[in-house]
Write a protein that binds this ligand. Structure first.
Ligand code: SF4
Ligand code: SF4
Length: 387
């Protein structure tokens, strides 16, 4: 067996925190590190927006800290941080709104806003697109990285989970600019896999505690999609294997249609073959029976059809950002973050989108504090556009 993953049913425990401790204990014999030797531990939740649904739940921070406490790890050696990529919004602000900060304060853990730290320029050896990038210094410095992802659908990446959560190690607005390196979903998948390859090569000591307690699905993920209770916690040390198992639990058979997972698998960055994954805790088939089908927006059909029709279906189904004027507060954040400079903004006016240069990264939709931007499929009118 190549790697071990724990699947735990939260309903079998008194609390989510207890289930998390049990999940980690089930895989601790597969750790490639001695946790007692780690002197700089960094927890990396998914803090995207100030809504509980869009973020890793506070219980996952709490449960992971409970495990570290059981191991008598000094709290002074534990940090937690993230970078949501929104202008003027720090992870700590989101953490306060979603309840994570309460846990951090109660446990006396240090919270780090990655944007406030000096970013470190690194080269990514063997990268396909993302050859040079900036990584937040706390990530460079840590000797154990604990990834706390949540499973959600994602407009550009198809899903966000264990691998995509590392996008947050790039500080702030620098993330959005890298979208220019990957203008199509496949290219962006290569960029995400490049970023993941840096983690694999430079952070050998990793633990992943995966929030499958509540998941987000449908076309509005990762911000305001539909929530489903799966009541599961996964734990392991291989992100690709964890994403693979998460999608298998959701009966989503299109792993090859999630570009960053496909790319990471082809490059051997992790284990993506179920035959090489040892499952402990509840059996995979039992987990599959507990959960409804994970509803991922139609990228699979889009990509399949694209390969057949040479782009016609892609042009019809491409999603473009559309303004909902009555919600817009004319703050200009979408214009500031747009990596393609496709949004013109003047004070006290509504933003104007230049479709010719828009790369459909949907960063503007993710960042808008008013949820005033929605992704709209172009439909057959797309046939008449060059972009
Ligand atoms: S669309 Fe959103 S981010 Fe852009 S100006 Fe309006 S409120 Fe601000
Ligand atoms: S307008 Fe929005 S979707 Fe288009 S490139 Fe700019 S941020 Fe991305």
């Amino acid at each position: 067996m190549g790697t071990k993953i724990a699947i735990v049913n939260v309903k079998e425990y008194d609390s989510i925190q207890d289930a998390i401790v049990a999940a980690i204990q089930l895989v601790e014999d597969s750790f490639k590190f001695n946790i007692l030797d780690c002197k700089n531990i960094l927890l990396k939740p998914n803090l995207l927006r100030a809504t509980k649904d869009a973020c890793t739940q506070p219980e996952f921070v709490d449960g992971t800290l409970a495990y570290l406490k059981q191991k008598k790890i000094p709290k002074e050696t534990i940090n937690i941080g993230d970078s949501p990529g929104q202008i003027n919004t720090f992870a700590s602000k989101i953490a306060q709104k979603v309840g994570i900060y309460d846990v951090v304060e109660r446990e006396g853990i240090n919270f780090i806003d990655f944007e406030r730290e000096v970013p470190v320029k690194v080269k990514i050896e063997g990268a396909l697109r993302f050859k040079e990038c900036y990584i937040s210094k706390p990530v460079i410095d840590c000797d154990l990285l604990i990834d706390l992802p949540k499973l959600k659908t994602h407009g550009e990446a198809t899903i966000t989970g264990a691998i995509k959560n590392y996008w947050g190690i790039i500080p702030g607005g620098l993330k959005a600019k890298t979208h220019l390196l990957g203008k199509t979903a496949d290219q962006f998948g290569e960029v995400l896999a490049d970023n993941y390859s840096w983690v694999v090569k430079n952070k050998p000591n990793r633990l992943i505690v995966y929030d499958l307690h509540t998941i987000m699905q449908g076309a509005m993920g990762p911000v305001s999609g539909r929530m489903k209770n799966w009541n599961l916690v996964l734990a392991g040390t291989d992100e690709l294997a964890l994403d693979t198992v998460a999608l298998e639990i959701g009966k989503y058979k299109g792993l090859q249609y999630v570009p960053h997972l496909k790319n990471a698998y082809e490059r051997g960055l992790g284990i993506g073959d179920l035959n090489e994954i040892e499952i402990v805790g509840i059996p995979l088939e039992e987990a599959k029976k507990m959960t409804p089908k994970f509803k991922v927006p139609g990228r699979r059909m889009t990509k399949l059809a694209t390969s057949i029709t040479g782009g016609i279906v892609y042009r019809i189904t491409k999603r473009i950002p559309t303004l909902i004027k009555k919600k817009c507060a004319q703050c200009g954040q979408c214009s500031e973050i747009c990596p393609a400079m496709a949004i013109e903004f003047k004070k006290n006016e509504y933003p104007r989108f230049n479709r010719d240069v828009c790369i459909s990264c949907l960063c503007c939709m993710e960042i808008c504090p008013q949820e005033a931007i929605k992704a709209k499929k172009r439909g057959f009118f797309g046939l008449f556009h060059k972009y």
